[in-house]
Design a protein around this ligand. Structure first.
Ligand code: SF4
Length: 318
């Protein structure tokens, strides 16, 4: 398998008036070409920042980003890279220019990168892209406010596809949509991946959303990775106390009450100048003295299943 993206000890800190905010704090992972990495965590865990740093919308504080064999961490000319790496945003409405029609929005990246030689070619490419994402050609002259959320997100996807990227960061692409539309968009993204061999980094706060689309899932808590493994494995053997809590609140399609929910309590540790120790300690029911003193390292607990927790074996009876 070809590693399309590799991230090594990536950090992104922000200066604040109270100190350094550690939004992403030493994250390591890779994504194979044609596969999807789901990145899951509560809002504020650093997952969206991670997505933006990976495609260089934000500069990294430290660490390395290797894309298709090239170190792009400090690449000055981002133009070529931008064609290969795209992003789909959460809120299709605010990410689309309300003064531009559907066709103008999809045309924009083609114009910037001068990918069409004539207006006819441009028109034909826009029409092809609209067709690919299931947008009727009669909507070409419509404006975003005239369309529903699902169609608006399809415009966002068409715009991301316009440059034939290899890699797409999908930042909560279905969170703002109704459940029935969510399924349509997820199916569309999976079909496109099969057809065009895209590699996705799919960011969401909702584990149930990434279950079917991801090959691997990485769970983040306050800027660090706490668990990572194959998607099926995560649902079968959830090992980290935080991942267990996230999984326990996924609604089940049953009228029987089958599982106990773990509602997280306790204050969230500040990500500003964090002290050594497990960042989840203040909310973890299994926390002991060591947890607030020593930062747990990510360890391979089962084959290709990595967890950062001092007491993971004891908690799971391994
Ligand atoms: Fe809980 Fe300690 Fe494990 Fe952190 S290291 S998840 S506080 S048991």
């Amino acid at each position: 398998m070809h590693k399309l993206l590799e991230v090594k000890n990536l950090k992104k800190y922000f200066e604040t008036k109270n100190g350094l905010l550690h939004a992403v704090d030493g994250v390591n992972f890779y994504i194979n070409e044609g596969e999807t990495l789901g990145v899951v965590g509560e809002s504020g865990c650093g997952k969206s920042t991670l997505g933006r740093v990976v495609i260089r919308l934000l500069d990294a504080t430290d660490g390395r980003i290797i894309f298709n064999g090239q170190d792009i961490t400090n690449l000055k000319d981002k133009r070529a890279m931008r064609k290969e790496m795209q992003i789909i945003f959460q809120d299709p409405f605010s990410s689309l220019n309300p003064r531009m029609s559907v066709s103008q929005i999809i045309e924009e990246p083609l114009r910037i990168h001068q990918l069409c030689n004539s207006d006819t070619e441009m028109k034909s490419r826009v029409s092809e892209l609209m067709d690919t994402v299931g947008l009727a050609s009669r909507l070409a002259d419509s404006y975003p406010h005239e369309l529903d959320g699902g169609r608006r997100q399809r415009i966002g996807i068409a715009r991301a596809l316009a440059l034939n990227p290899k890699f797409i960061v999908c930042d909560e692409p279905v969170s703002a949509l109704d459940v029935s539309i969510q399924a349509q968009i997820l199916n569309l993204m999976m079909d496109l991946q099969e057809e065009l061999n895209f590699t996705y980094m799919f960011i969401t706060h909702d584990l149930s959303v990434v279950k079917h689309i991801s090959d691997e899932i990485m769970v983040m808590y306050l800027g660090v990775m706490v668990e990572k493994c194959n998607a099926d494995e995560l649902f079968e053997h959830t090992l980290h106390p935080y991942s267990k809590a996230l999984l326990s609140v996924i609604p089940e399609p049953t009228i029987r009450k089958t599982k106990e929910r773990t509602l997280l309590q306790g204050e969230i540790t500040s990500p500003i100048n964090p002290k050594p120790g497990c960042r989840f300690a203040a909310r973890c029911v299994y926390a002991k003295e060591l947890c607030s003193q020593v930062t747990p390292e990510l360890e391979e607990i089962m084959p290709e299943h990595y967890v950062a927790c001092h007491y993971v074996k004891e908690i799971n009876g391994l």
